[in-house]
Design a protein around this ligand. Structure first.
Ligand code: NOJ
Length: 553
């Protein structure tokens, strides 16, 4: 298997990264233009969210053709140029395979609608009457998970948008089609894949109502999931590729199986439990301050559990579905810089492969849109309506979106201080973040040796330099407070200690006797004397420290 432990993945949301043809919509030539920047940052793979032909109802996660490029993003020749120029710089591409569902514009679904039985078997159609969906399952974007087609007198399952029909993986033909897609991209020179909500693809044979939840317990990590994944990876010939599965509402036990090398399924998994620690009663749309005890507990459980089971974590805070982490768990004000660095360091030194989402490396903030007019995301627009139906005022609904909307991360990349941040000369498809300021741009931060950007560069370089970061064992230390996370990494005599204060306030921590003999390898406070000889050390707000007995950079 390809070694992915010392690699760093950078996620690009092409639509919001860089627009070169002035239509306000990012494109593949825009990624080519920024390759030198990405090489300078030091990343190894670029995960590109879908750029395939699509009606864009879910920003490309509604794929109408898996083996072509949507003209809005460019051409196949552009992609080939990106592959070649990336390769010259030691940067590989990771393509996003959306195999749980297709767009209803996909030719398979169109044929199914036209009455071709063979293609109806590609999806999950159930006979029925319009008044009675087959089950009470709920769509992840709100409302029923079933859609009725009067002409066919059938319902089809769609766990996401009405235009995203779930594929029937129990049909071997569907699995063959999807293997062909992987082979197509493999032949183009792609060496890494991300699989969208891959743990949802195996649905139960008998579908029943869920009286405890929205139905997810029946199809998450479903009955044949491990078998199907093994088959897909083997038959498509991608066992040696870097692969990551997005796992929705999964468990540690399943993630060990998905990612342990002996299972030959995937290289690693994304799970989202740590990003639900500010959901009240597990409800994304019910706001609550972060439960830090739970957050810390989850990191400890998943890090130790995956290590024990020989599994591998994808380490991340941000992606195109999540609000910006600095706005969420850091500070947008005076500690913006410190908190952005601490949050970065906290995950990058853990056991796993780190992912950076575009703009995270400069500490970008949430969108702070003042009204519903600025929002574009189908989930946000649906939930805005649902929140109003539930009796919330428009102010409350806008405040909820401001905290939770996926559009928080989809605002244009902030390259420079121009009107549209150097993303485009034309008005972008989605407004700039209201948090856009000169200080939070690539141009400003590249010149600043103390910037968030410079810090990211350093932590990526450290991963390459000290094998203990990529390969060491992890263990956690007791700090006496939920607000400070402390862990150690160990590899043959090399040892590093990582201390993270998640709090806006100072925190006292008990110092381990041994730390006094370690050097400070990295910190997020300038010219600070750190005395680890004392028994108690007072951490500054959002302070981050890496100590170690390894050689200094
Ligand atoms: C997860 C993707 O990250 C998200 O953006 C998308 O809406 C759903 N899967 C459905 O494809």
């Amino acid at each position: 298997m390809a070694d992915f432990r010392d690699k760093v993945v950078y996620q690009i949301y092409p639509k919001s990264f860089r627009d070169t043809n002035g239509d306000g919509f990012g494109d593949i030539p825009g990624i080519i233009e920024k390759l030198d920047y990405l090489q300078g940052l030091g990343v190894d793979y670029l995960w590109l969210t879908p750029f395939f032909p699509s009606p864009q109802n879910d920003n490309g996660y509604d794929v109408a053709d898996y083996c072509a490029i949507d003209p809005k993003f460019g051409t196949m020749a552009d992609l080939e140029e990106l592959i070649a120029k990336g390769e010259e710089r030691g940067i590989g591409l990771m393509l996003d395979m959306v195999f749980n569902h297709t767009s209803t514009e996909h030719v398979w679904f169109r044929k199914a609608l036209a009455g071709e039985e063979e293609y109806q078997k590609y999806y999950i159609f159930k006979d029925g009457i319009p008044e009675q969906p087959p089950t009470n399952w709920q769509s992840k974007f709100g409302g029923s998970a079933w859609e009725y087609v009067p002409g066919l007198k059938k319902w089809y399952l769609r766990l996401y948008d009405v235009t995203q029909a779930d594929l029937n993986w129990d049909n071997p033909k569907v699995r063959e089609e999807l293997k062909e897609v992987l082979r197509f991209w493999k032949n183009k020179g792609i060496g890494a894949f991300r699989f969208d909500v891959i743990n949802l693809v195996s649905k139960p044979e008998r579908m029943e109502d869920d009286f405890e939840g929205d139905g997810r317990r029946f199809y998450s990590d479903g009955p044949h999931i491990h078998e199907y994944l093994k088959e897909l990876v083997k038959d498509a010939g991608i066992e040696d590729f870097v692969t990551v599965g997005e796992m929705s509402s999964t468990s540690l036990e399943h993630c060990i199986r998905y990612s342990a090398p002996k299972e030959k399924e995937l290289s690693m998994c994304f799970n989202f439990h740590h990003l639900k620690t500010d959901y009240k009663n597990g409800d994304k749309w019910a706001l609550m301050p972060t439960d830090y005890r739970k957050l810390k507990g989850l990191f400890m459980e998943w890090q130790m559990g995956m290590q024990k089971g020989d599994g591998w974590n994808a380490l991340f805070w941000c992606n195109h579905d999540q609000p910006r982490i600095v706005s969420r768990m850091g500070d947008e004000g005076i500690y913006w810089r410190e908190s952005a660095k601490m949050l970065a360091g906290m995950i990058h030194f853990m056991r796993g492969t780190p992912y950076i989402y575009q703009g995270e490396e400069i500490g970008m903030l949430n969108a702070h849109y003042p009204s519903i007019e600025q929002y574009r995301d189908v989930e946000s627009l649906n939930y805005y309506r649902i929140l109003l139906e539930q009796g919330k005022t428009t102010e409350e609904a806008v405040a909820t979106l401001a905290a939770r909307s996926r559009d928080n991360s989809r605002t244009p990349m902030q390259w420079n201080g121009e009107k549209y941040g150097g993303f485009s000369e034309a008005e972008p498809w989605i407004p700039m973040s209201a948090g856009f300021r000169e200080e939070i741009t690539v141009e400003a931060q590249q010149k600043d040796s103390d910037s968030v950007f410079t810090f990211y560069k350093k932590i990526i370089a450290m991963r390459k330099k000290y094998p203990v970061i990529a390969k060491g064992e992890i263990s956690f230390s007791e700090t006496g407070t939920d607000m400070v996370l402390a862990y150690e990494r160990m590899l043959e005599g090399q040892r590093i200690v990582v201390l993270c204060n998640l709090d806006r306030k100072k925190q006292d921590i008990k110092v381990d006797g041994e730390w006094g003999s370690y050097r400070i390898l990295l910190g997020n406070y300038k010219q600070r004397e750190i005395d680890m000889e004392k028994e108690i050390y007072t951490m500054e707000p959002y302070e981050f420290i890496v100590l170690g007995n390894v050689e200094e950079m």
